[in-house]
Design a protein around this ligand. Sequence first.
Ligand SMILES: Cc1cc2nc3c(=O)[nH]c(=O)nc-3n(C[C@H](O)[C@H](O)[C@H](O)COP(=O)(O)OP(=O)(O)OC[C@H]3O[C@@H](n4cnc5c(N)ncnc54)[C@H](O)[C@@H]3O)c2cc1C
Ligand SMILES: *[C@@H]1O[C@H](CO)[C@@H](O)[C@H](O)[C@H]1NC(C)=O
Ligand SMILES: *[C@@H]1O[C@H](CO)[C@@H](O)[C@H](O)[C@H]1NC(C)=O
Ligand SMILES: *[C@@H]1O[C@H](CO)[C@@H](O)[C@H](O)[C@H]1NC(C)=O
Ligand SMILES: *[C@@H]1O[C@H](CO)[C@@H](O)[C@H](O)[C@H]1NC(C)=O
Ligand SMILES: *[C@@H]1O[C@H](CO)[C@@H](O)[C@H](O)[C@H]1NC(C)=O
Ligand SMILES: CC(=O)N[C@H]1CO[C@H](CO)[C@@H](O)[C@@H]1O
Length: 611
Amino acid sequence: MKTAPLPALLVASALFIGRSLSIILTDPAQLKTTTYDYIIVGAGTSGLALAARLSEDTELNILVLEAGVSDANVVSVMAPFLAPTVTPYTAYDWNYTVIPQAGMDNRTYPYPRGRLLGGTSSANYMVHQYGSNDNWDRMAKVTGDPGWAWNNMKRYVLPHEKFVIPPHDGHNTTDQFSPDLHSYIGDVDISLYVHSQNIDARVIETTRQLKEFPYNEDISGIATDLLGVGWAQSTMTQGARVSSSTSYLSIANTRPNLTILINAMVTKLINTGMSGGLMGFQRVQFTDGLTKTYIVESTKEVILSAGAIGTVQILQLSGIGDPADLNPLGISVIVDSPRVGKNLQDHPLLPNIFTVEDGASLDHILRNQSAMGEAINEWAVNRTGFISNNVVNNLAFARVKPEVLEKYVDPAAGKLSPHYELIFANYWLNPAEPVPPTGSYFTILTALLTPTSRGTVKIKSSNPFDAPIIDPNMLTTEWDVNALRESVRAAKRFAAAPAWDGYITGAVGKLFSETTSGLDAHAREIASTIFHPTSTASMSSYSSKNGVVNPDLTVKGTYGLRVVDLSVLPYIPSCHPQGPAYMIAERAADLIKIMRADGPDDLSPQYVLHY
Ligand SMILES: Cc1cc2nc3c(=O)[nH]c(=O)nc-3n(C[C@H](O)[C@H](O)[C@H](O)COP(=O)(O)OP(=O)(O)OC[C@H]3O[C@@H](n4cnc5c(N)ncnc54)[C@H](O)[C@@H]3O)c2cc1C
Ligand SMILES: *[C@@H]1O[C@H](CO)[C@@H](O)[C@H](O)[C@H]1NC(C)=O
Ligand SMILES: *[C@@H]1O[C@H](CO)[C@@H](O)[C@H](O)[C@H]1NC(C)=O
Ligand SMILES: *[C@@H]1O[C@H](CO)[C@@H](O)[C@H](O)[C@H]1NC(C)=O
Ligand SMILES: *[C@@H]1O[C@H](CO)[C@@H](O)[C@H](O)[C@H]1NC(C)=O
Ligand SMILES: *[C@@H]1O[C@H](CO)[C@@H](O)[C@H](O)[C@H]1NC(C)=O
Ligand SMILES: CC(=O)N[C@H]1CO[C@H](CO)[C@@H](O)[C@@H]1O
């Protein structure tokens, strides 16, 4: 979706005075020392949450290196509804594109990743969930660490989230979320919608009309059940985005021993010798992106939080990876770790677009430059109007019918974990195709949440500036094609409820096809991604070689090196994954603090609880 008229954005940006970012350094010459206790690579979603927690211990000297730019005063980043304009192919993006996708008519598509403070939490669409309980319980089971089970992980909801009640528009939220499940004292503000879409009432009415789509009061996943239709919970407050930068970092950034350096791209880790059969990587090499190379050193740990693509790139550039990937590039293998960059998982996204009565959607406003200018101005002055709201208000989570599932080993984490999601928007919402010049639309995006296709990330050369080769390899299993097809049928059943009478007038493309082959062609022609890559440095049990990191997130074959971001998930969760990225960081902070104590048995309160 390319909707925001840029001149209006520039005008509006003049109205802002930035947050104080006094401790954020922009030039390596400003570093007071080259030695730190912890060096975190990537000031993204997980990276800044981890930095904030570790720096609670004021004895520690912590450096965070971020390749990207500042997030201060960027209107498209701050204004929730403008989220789709932050990426792709902008100054805030890594500008990646996937290689031709065999399961998608050999098409390519953009693969945005935030390249600014806050990382992808500064560029995403802000929907916040934790995943189903089974997502976490399965991770505990496959890694042999009960600490990853939801029964343990749920404690981190308390320090993490701060539910905003009432939301910015002051509406009554009774029955729109479950107050007892949530925290009101954490670092990240989370809010329900602050502006109604005109389809909201019809979506909720559909839950009363169709048994297949029951109403679910709370779709955070904190409770057992993540099935049904409910209200999106989003990382936003006061009509503005909340990222790891505006939350965790803004709380931590007055601490004298936390240093954040931006415009600092890490190009490799330098090995610093064997100990007990493990290789150390205590030195971090980075560049200002121009000419100079710098090296900083950690006395305790280096932590990679560069995301599912960036973390792989750094591991491989450092000689940690599959010899078959590294040898042809002339990179000597220092740690033979064949699963680095394998096991890439992502949620395919399929825009199912209906036509509606002329003027009944937001489209005529989105394509009207002066109307958009007025709306952005209203947001800039008052933080109100649809620009202050997220791009979607309602989401549905569902499972394929038992007769479809019969042929397969269920790829869901459990019986209360969804297979697919429906996302409702009262306008043309297709990340891969710009809105046509005319017409009014209603979109039900469907996302496959339990893919069995597996992709890869691999550096192209030893040059850190070369974009890696990204192959999500989507829709290459029979299950994925069948389950996505079922999601389209579900979207059509949803839209056929009486609640939509007099609203929907038709469909775009092959959506109304009745045949299996027609629906599959619909998917292969227009599906792309909901931007959720995970699992490229997967966790496995201590004894397993089928993984890159151990259950405590240390990189197998190394010491003093961990990965803390979505790369470590063995399976992609059946939800929007920024919540899991934050939860991984919260637990990682405890794992690291426990390590610093007198061994893992010392669970004294100061090391376990920080609230
Ligand atoms: C357009 C879009 C919309 C999305 N919408 C949602 C949503 O609504 N809800 C949701 O839950 N999820 C959403 N996601 C996904 C979610 O935001 C990400 O999965 C999550 O934020 C990833 O967190 P992370 O910590 O793993 O990585 P990131 O947040 O990407 O952090 C990685 C950081 O490392 C930095 N970095 C990388 N390489 C280097 C290097 N070599 N040197 C220095 N720094 C480096 C990056 O610049 C970045 O700041 C969306 C993603 C996109 C792209
Ligand atoms: C991405 O593309 C934009 C627009 O062309 C450009 O400004 C930016 O520098 C690019 N980013 C990277 C990391 O190359
Ligand atoms: C995709 O490309 C492969 C390899 O070039 C080719 O064999 C295949 O026929 C192509 N598929 C489509 C649908 O074009
Ligand atoms: C919100 O709505 C509920 C249910 O309709 C009602 O009981 C409650 O009094 C309302 N609260 C306020 C503050 O209006
Ligand atoms: C565009 O919006 C402006 C301002 O709201 C309005 O006056 C104008 O009629 C709109 N133009 C079209 C073509 O709808
Ligand atoms: C901001 O809100 C005030 C008070 O409601 C209103 O008078 C004013 O017109 C609004 N400004 C804009 C630009 O919408
Ligand atoms: C380890 C370290 O550098 N600690 C410093 C943290 O900040 C305080 C206050 O500025 C210093 O006194 C410590 O030396």
